[in-house]
Every structure is written in C-alpha cells, then in structure tokens.
Design a protein around this ligand. Structure first.
Ligand code: SF4
Ligand code: SF4
Ligand code: SF4
Length: 441
C-alpha cells in the first residue's frame, strides 16, 4: 500500500449559497460553517501535494464561498507536480467572468465541473441546483467561449432523480452543443425518507434480480406458501410422538419449499442471497427502470453525435463488481476542519433512506491534520486495516441490498454503529460501492 494516496479530495468549506433539495447541506443547516484555514492548507500543500496525482476541491459546500479560494488554487498549483491535475466542482453561481479570467489566464486549475440538474428554472421546484439557473448558464457560456478555453477541461455533473431523468437526453444535447467536454451522472443518495420517491435504483444486485424475477408478482403468496409449509412441517415433527399410527404418516408435497430450495441453490451458485421482501416492495420501480435504459440509450446517442463524453451510473448493479470508489483509485477526503474521512459519505453525521428504512450514519475520521501529519493518519493502523478490508469488499463486508433483513428492522442497518460482521465503520449499505451514486474525483 502506498505511503500517500494518489488523490486528495479536500473540502474548502461546507458553506453554500444554494439550498438544493437533494443535498445534505440543506438539511444539516450547520450552525458552524467551516472554512479550511489557509495556514493549514499551506502546510498540507508542502507536506503532500508534490507527491499526489490529483487534487479535488469540493465537499459539502460551494468551494467559491471560501474567501481565499483563489489563493488556495495558487498555493496548490505551486506545490503540485507538473503532471498532477487540479479539479474543482462548483454550482457555478459565483464563478463570475472576473474569476474565470483569473483562473484561466493564470492557469490556476486544470478541470472544473458545474453541477446542474435542470436547464430552466420553470420546471425546477423539486430538483437541485435550481437557483439562479440563468446566471449559472451565463457563467458557463463565458467559460466555454473564453480565449483560454483550451487550458481547462470543462464538465457537467448531474444528480438523476424521478423529477428530472426524462430531461437527460435534452440536457446532454444542449450542454454538448455548448461545448462541454463531459457530462457525468450520478444517482441520488437520499438523505431523508421524503427523497425515497426520487430514487431511481434498487440496491438489490443484478445477479439476485435475475433469480427473483422468477417469482414475478407471486412473491408475497410465495412467502406465505413457504411459511405455511414450514409451519406445518414443524408442527408435524412436534406432535409426531403423540401420533397413534405413525406408520401412516406420509411425506407431504411442499411445492413452495421445493421452489424456494431451488432458488436458494441458484443464489448460492451466484454467490448472492435473496431479499424477497425488498423485491416485492420495489417491484413496480424495478419494472419502471426499463424506461431509464431507454433514456440512457438516447442520451448516449446524443453524446456520440456531439462528441461529449457521457459517464453514466449503473441501472442494475452487479454484486461481483462491488468496490469502494475511493479505495479503488487510492483517494481520501479531508474535511474543512482537517478531519480525514475515508469518503464523502463519511464526512458528516446524516440519515439516509434506502432499502425501506432510515439509517443513522455518524461521520468518521481517522485523525485531524491540524494535530498530526497527514502521512501518519493515512498510514495509521486503523486506516490501513480499513483499506485492506475494502480491497476485498465481498469477502470482508456484508451487503444489505441482498439481505432480507435490511427491510425488516435490522438493528445494524438502522443504527449503523457497525455491521453484522463487526466492521466499524461499515460499508455494507453503500450505493457508491455499487456504482449507483457517484462522486466526481
Ligand atoms: S448540492 Fe452543492 S450547491 Fe446544492 S446545496 Fe449542496 S453544496 Fe450547495
Ligand atoms: S462507505 Fe462506500 S464510499 Fe465510503 S469507504 Fe465505504 S465503500 Fe467506500
Ligand atoms: S447489517 Fe443487517 S441488513 Fe445488512 S447484511 Fe447484516 S444482517 Fe443484513
């Protein structure tokens, strides 16, 4: 394992001038707004930036809200090696022509992405980044038509929800025509149950879905049938000793149980378990996802015609491909107060609502760079062991998406202090590891 990660994501501030419906920033309403101290940034830059490949500047806030953001870019550029890249993600509202001129003329960044879920303000009551759409697009146009445009890679990042997915092909077309280099799409990470309706994916893996589809609509009858048969079997065994004519006992046909055994056998061969209750609860949504396939393919056609790179999340995700997006590219995150977290998801205490239940997740830090050198945190025993487990997620970490307890009051899935295999913190219910939700890194 490397002594320093290749990619550092650093949060300049958690303050934001927007309040997007799908963002934790809006529901956290932190009393204390954090701004990364400039002297600490300077110290960190000298300590590790010469050795990393990429610096990513954003977190749970708008980077340009930091009063010294341009100064941070300058410091970073002065310390990063010449082949390293500097990227930041912005809502675009504060990236005014004056600031764009400075960034491009002084080559202060190599890549920037605008977050955007809508093209117009009129259909935007429910979707994110709906504030100041016109100003944001005017800034984006200015950037895309700048004389020094070739100095910088320009992308768009969008969060896909029930409220906006139908507009995706049109958005790809319009932003491709404007001249953006790439369009990156993520599914929604639902921070509370009111957002559950907006989620366009299931956490059940593709391998398990193929087997569960054999149940079709009869899933609840099937569960009841298996339960009745197993109850009858148990009763027969319990009262067997009292029967007068034991020789007359015949083995009864148990068709539901036989089918269940067959499904379990298949599931075992595919190395998955079957979350039948979740499948039944999400069946309608799963069927609707076929429409999303169609939307994705139209978006791909538009992207191809216009030469814009389109990066899409999975619609149905494979369990065998489960991996941590941070660990797989050797990345870490530093919060605006210096706490070092394993990923964006662990930056702040929050609730989430997946698999038909609320989950209370606490932030997780492996140390603070204000009190110890970054390298000693990254190479510390706890962080090293955590990353080792992530190298083989399916061997070391259970997966709630395929577990029938996830929608049936599993204590671990609700409380999230650890998972049922004792991992702490736990990654057992992480949609980022299934390539459903995605962070731009
Ligand atoms: S999604 Fe971005 S712009 Fe919107 S509230 Fe969150 S941090 Fe601010
Ligand atoms: S919660 Fe997900 S993204 Fe975060 S460390 Fe775990 S697997 Fe990686
Ligand atoms: S934590 Fe609970 S829901 Fe998740 S895999 Fe373990 S038992 Fe199942």
């Amino acid at each position: 394992m490397s002594n320093i990660p290749q990619i550092i994501q650093l949060e300049p501030t958690n303050a934001c001038n927007f309040s997007c419906s799908m963002c934790l920033n809006s529901s956290l309403q932190q009393e204390t707004k954090l701004f990364f101290p400039l002297d600490l940034f300077q110290r960190l830059s000298q300590e590790i930036f010469p050795s990393i490949k990429r610096l990513v500047l954003y977190g749970m806030g708008e980077p340009l809200m930091h009063p010294s953001f341009l100064e941070m870019l300058k410091i970073a550029k002065a310390n990063l090696s010449t082949n390293a890249s500097l990227f930041f993600l912005t809502n675009g509202s504060l990236l005014t022509p004056k600031i764009i001129d400075r960034i491009l003329e002084e080559s202060l960044a190599d890549e920037v992405a605008f977050s955007c879920e809508t093209l117009t303000s009129k259909d935007s009551s429910k979707v994110g980044h709906s504030l100041k759409v016109n100003e944001v697009f005017s800034n984006l146009r200015y950037l895309l038509n700048h004389d020094h445009r070739s100095n910088i890679k320009i992308g768009i990042e969008t969060v896909l929800m029930n409220s906006n997915y139908k507009y995706l092909p049109e958005m790809v077309k319009k932003l491709g025509e404007l001249g953006a280099d790439y369009f990156s799409v993520s599914h929604l990470y639902p921070y509370d149950s009111s957002l559950s309706e907006e989620v366009l994916y299931t956490m059940i893996s593709k391998e398990a879905l193929i087997i569960l589809d054999e149940l079709g609509e009869s899933g609840w009858d099937f569960i009841l049938g298996v339960t009745k048969e197993q109850f009858g079997k148990k009763m027969q065994l319990t009262f067997r000793e009292r029967y007068k004519h034991k020789e007359n006992i015949k083995t009864k046909d148990r068709p539901y149980s036989e089918k269940y055994d067959k499904l379990l056998k298949k599931a075992k061969e595919m190395n998955v378990t079957l979350n039948i209750p979740l499948y039944m609860n999400e069946r309608e949504k799963i069927e609707r996802l076929e429409e999303l396939q169609n939307i994705f393919s139209r978006s791909k056609d538009n992207a191809k015609d216009l030469g814009i790179e389109l990066i899409l999340p999975s619609i149905f995700s494979e369990f065998k491909n489960r991996r941590c997006p941070y660990q797989s590219i050797d990345a870490t995150v530093i919060r605006a107060d210096g706490e070092v977290a394993p990923c964006f998801k662990y930056l702040y205490d929050h609730n989430s609502s997946l698999n038909q239940h609320e989950r209370a997740t606490s932030s997780h830090s492996f140390g603070n760079i204000d009190s110890q050198p970054f390298a000693s945190i990254w190479n510390g025993e706890k962080y090293r062991r955590f990353r080792e487990k992530l190298n083989e997620m399916n061997k070391n970490i259970p997966f709630c998406g395929n577990c029938s307890l996830s929608s049936s009051n599993c204590f671990y899935a609700i409380e999230d202090t650890s998972d049922c295999w004792g991992n702490e913190p736990s990654c057992s219910e992480c949609p980022y590891s299934m390539n459903l939700t995605r962070c731009l890194l």
